[in-house]
Design a binder for this molecule. Structure first.
Ligand SMILES: Cc1cc2nc3c(=O)[nH]c(=O)nc-3n(C[C@H](O)[C@H](O)[C@H](O)COP(=O)(O)OP(=O)(O)OC[C@H]3O[C@@H](n4cnc5c(N)ncnc54)[C@H](O)[C@@H]3O)c2cc1C
Length: 322
């Protein structure tokens, strides 16, 4: 029964609901919906739960992530990543992310990424969510059909039925496909003629490829900080270009003998030079874009969204977890 203040309880009608993605958002959504008596199918294109927190050393075929036909990798995690939010702020309210008394676990308040994955696996086991998940099954299309139901087309990604497509009808869809998978890169005049390499932090795993190189890193947020400190340990020089830097923090950085901060890049040239807005110039081997990621679009048309505003019993929602 649903209760709202001042209103009589409303009986819940059980719905057939599709949840797309078995990351943190999809897992908690599936649990809440099944608790309310809905029949839930979770579509997950990977082979396990955890989404972003499933680390892989694999990277995409295009290191900068612009080639539309590139082989894609979901997670942006680098090997050394620790959470930037304390564990007590990351757990679900009724299933706190507490340190475990187990030598294989990471008890730190800001634990490494493997600990977050283990927490999500514990949550999945505890509430038997894996029974609801269809692994290696990718949703390739979501469409509102005439009867005001959602048609989901999914595709098998492995096994005997690899490539097989299936159409199914659902009363509602919850899109939990993550929002950190499409690299965003800075526009740099002259980049097509510049002879160096480029990479996006989505494809950064460890500092080794930067050993003895002159690196220009663009960005001024969490991953830019983490990665610049790590790369400084092996690179010949690292030059950080940032749009938003407090005056007085430019130039050689204290505590490092190979790190400089600059304002944004003005342009780059065929001779390998990178020119910054303050007139400084470096000849660099590689530009590393730590400039964030965006949505991988999976959404119905605007027309469908307008229809949804008018219908209470046919619903599509997005769930985003930071
Ligand atoms: C580098 C980095 C560091 C972060 N650090 C922190 C941190 O310290 N603390 C914190 O709280 N948050 C952090 N976050 C945010 C993190 O994204 C969230 O914690 C959370 O994991 C997001 O969960 P999600 O379920 O929304 O998405 P995801 O974890 O991305 O899961 C989406 C799932 O959907 C699946 N999927 C996608 N498309 C389809 C499809 N078409 N069909 C079937 N399945 C599909 C994917 O395979 C994936 O399993 C960080 C993110 C990044 C990228």
């Amino acid at each position: 029964m649903l209760r709202s203040p001042g209103h009589a309880p409303q009986p819940i009608v059980s719905r057939h609901v599709a949840v797309i993605g078995a990351g943190a958002a999809g897992l908690v959504t599936a649990r809440e919906l099944s608790r309310e008596g809905h029949s839930v199918v979770v579509f997950e294109r990977g082979d396990q739960v955890g989404g972003t927190w499933v680390y892989t050393p694999n990277v995409e075929s295009d290191p900068i992530g612009l080639e539309p036909t590139r082989t894609t990798v979901h997670s942006s995690l680098y090997d050394s990543l620790r959470t930037n939010i304390p564990r007590e702020a990351m757990g679900f309210r009724d299933y706190p992310f507490v340190p475990k008394d187990d030598p294989d676990r990471d008890p730190r308040r800001f634990p490494g990424h493997r600990e977050v994955l283990m927490y999500l696996q514990d949550f999945t086991r505890e509430f038997r969510i894996d029974e609801l998940v269809r692994f290696e099954t990718e949703v390739v299309r979501v469409r509102l059909v005439e009867e005001e139901k959602w048609k989901i087309k999914s595709k098998q990604r492995s096994g005997k039925e690899m490539g097989l497509e299936l159409d199914e009808i659902f009363d509602a869809v919850v899109v939990c496909n993550g929002h950190f998978t499409e690299p965003r890169v800075a526009y740099i005049p002259g980049i097509n003629e510049w002879p160096g390499k480029q990479m996006h932090s989505h494809n950064y795993r460890d500092p080794e490829p930067f050993r003895d190189k002159v690196v220009v890193l663009i960005g001024n947020s969490v991953s830019a900080f983490d990665i610049s400190w790590e790369v400084a340990g092996v690179a010949k020089e690292i030059h950080i270009a940032a749009r938003t830097v407090i005056d007085g923090t430019f130039g050689k950085q204290p505590a490092y003998d190979n790190m400089w901060r600059h304002p944004m890049i003005k342009d780059v040239c065929e001779d390998g030079s990178v020119n910054f807005l303050d007139g400084s110039i470096v000849i660099a081997d590689i530009i590393l874009h730590c400039t964030g990621r965006g949505w991988e679009m999976l959404k119905p048309s605007t027309h469908h969204l307008k229809l949804l505003a008018l219908q209470s019993d046919t619903l599509i929602v997005w769930v985003i977890i930071w």
